[in-house]
Design a protein around this ligand. Structure first.
Ligand SMILES: C[S@@+](CC[C@H](N)C(=O)[O-])C[C@H]1O[C@@H](n2cnc3c(N)ncnc32)[C@H](O)[C@@H]1O
Length: 202
């Protein structure tokens, strides 16, 4: 499934207000995924499709006060909730951008890493959008594609079965990432989490 931006905005706009209360126990899984990126103090990181900003506090903890944390999302209601939860605005945790990750207001090589949770299946143009994420990350920088539930468990929750043409399936993801300037370096798809890690090719 891929989504056009209007549909994404409508879908997540309607779910923003109770997004965090629907998934109250995910915090440790987000923190563990962020820990695997290998961020260092002073690094610059983007949470792509940040939603209500659940990953922003662990990202800030990883890069410290001298680092840069950005959160980008195209659904204004999600960003409003991030501010309400104290994860954006003047909180000092992150700077929030109302932006499509396929067209980011960032210079080339500006970032050390991108984290994207629950994002890729919603991208309208996965290769072009992932290429835009590669543009803003320095060579050797990282991309972490995360979900706090694996593909099979998520499909079962929605009454579906997983299929090999799913963008998140390893062979397809590896090929799409390669086309977009990323090299897949690790891939975990377990019931309790999905985490694909890629490195920006030079
Ligand atoms: C499943 S939610 C996940 C939100 C958050 N990352 C989390 O883990 O709680 C997907 C989010 O991605 C955003 N999104 C989808 N496509 C996007 C795009 N092309 N650019 C920016 N945000 C996008 C949606 O608005 C939504 O907030």
């Amino acid at each position: 499934m891929s989504d056009d931006p209007t549909h994404v905005r409508e879908f997540f706009g309607a779910r923003a207000a109770d997004w965090d209360s629907r998934f109250p126990d995910d915090g440790p899984a987000y923190a563990a995924a962020v820990a695997e990126i290998g961020l260092r103090p002073g690094d610059a990181v983007l949470d792509a499709g940040c939603g209500t900003g659940r990953a922003l506090p662990p990202l800030r903890a990883a890069v410290g006060p001298s680092g840069t944390v950005l959160g980008a999302d195209l659904t204004p209601e999600m960003l409003d909730e991030a501010v309400r939860a104290g994860r954006g605005g003047t909180s000092g945790i992150a700077t929030l951008l109302l932006a499509d990750v396929g067209r980011l207001p960032l210079r080339d090589d500006a970032l050390d890493a991108v984290f994207g949770a629950g994002l890729i299946s919603h991208l309208a143009e996965p290769v072009a959008d992932l290429r835009e994420l590669a543009r803003v990350v320095r060579p050797g920088g990282r991309l972490a594609l995360f979900h706090p539930i694996g593909r099979a468990a998520l499909a079962a929750r929605h009454g579906r079965r997983i299929t090999p043409d799913d963008l998140r399936a390893e062979p397809r993801l590896r090929a799409v990432l390669a086309e977009a300037g990323w090299r897949l370096v690790s891939y975990v798809d377990e019931d309790a989490r999905y985490l694909a890690m890629a490195v920006r090719e030079s």
